[in-house]
Design a protein around this ligand. Sequence first.
Ligand code: DOR
Ligand code: ZN
Length: 344
Amino acid sequence: MTHRLTIRTPDDWHLHLRDGAMLRAVLPHSTAHFARAIIMPNLVPPVVTSTDATAYRDRILAARPEGSDFTPLMTLYLTENTDPADVAAAHASGLITAVKLYPAGATTNSASGVADFARVQPVLERMAEIGLPLCVHGEVTDPDIDIFDREAVFIDRVLDPLRARVPGLHVVMEHITTARAADYVRSAPTGLAATITTHHLVINRNHILVGGIRPHYYCLPVAKREEHRLALRAAATSGDARFFLGTDSAPHADPAKLQPCGCAGCFTAPNTLPILAHVFEAEGALDRLEAFTSLNGPAFYGLPPNDTHLTLERTAPDIPAQVETDDGPVTVFDPGYPLNWRVA
Ligand code: DOR
Ligand code: ZN
């Protein structure tokens, strides 16, 4: 039985850090375990220009704990008015690592996202030319599409036609939740990848709804049937380089989550690595954890893996149930079983 596992330091390829006091409260939980993270731009107002991204990056750097050299990999929030020249300049200067596409209205703070995809064709073409990846929230927003079908319908109606219109574009399907999305990613030999969250490897839709409603398990895309959770576990633990970790750790203070209309998001930054060690061990794939957390993501983004290492040891972790913020506590995602791995 393995008792210690040393891997290259992980990166988080999809992270919400928020801003202000919330940023300061949650950031140390990511910098403790991750060397780099792709930072989501869905602030209020969103991070749409290179000027916005520069200022946000500086606020993140200033909020890092003493001694941390965590690198925020910035993104721009794609709108129908995004200027291709601004995007290209932000990429050329090294400021941004990706652009994020939110279909308008799909999720938290997505109102400024894209409704008419024809209007973003020029910026997508420019991104393909310069090799700048597009991170996609893959859900349609049509009111007539059932929420559990929104990812699968997005692939057929939006993503596949978009990739056909801009063939050289590198695309990351973010936080996939279905077997259909995993299969779609496998259908492309290059230029298409997916992030998988920690929580979608752990919960299915029953966990949200059976025996009472569990607001802390509500996120978008919403967890699907058990067969899909199993498909995600198979993809994540397969070693296939097209799948890598993006936690989508998305803190909301409990007063905002525990409402008649509560916010979507699971806060997994503090316990993602203990949970992943548990999941990979259960799947007999501990030897493939490093590929998922530390190798596949950098390879897709054309970055070197981290040259530092992190050790997991078989000991119960000491993880707080909640993290205090000025807006109230943020509840840490509860996998529903005891964890027996911790970061040494
Ligand atoms: O659950 C989610 N929370 N999904 C998203 O797409 C956005 C995120 C957030 O920002 O809270
Ligand atoms: Zn997200």
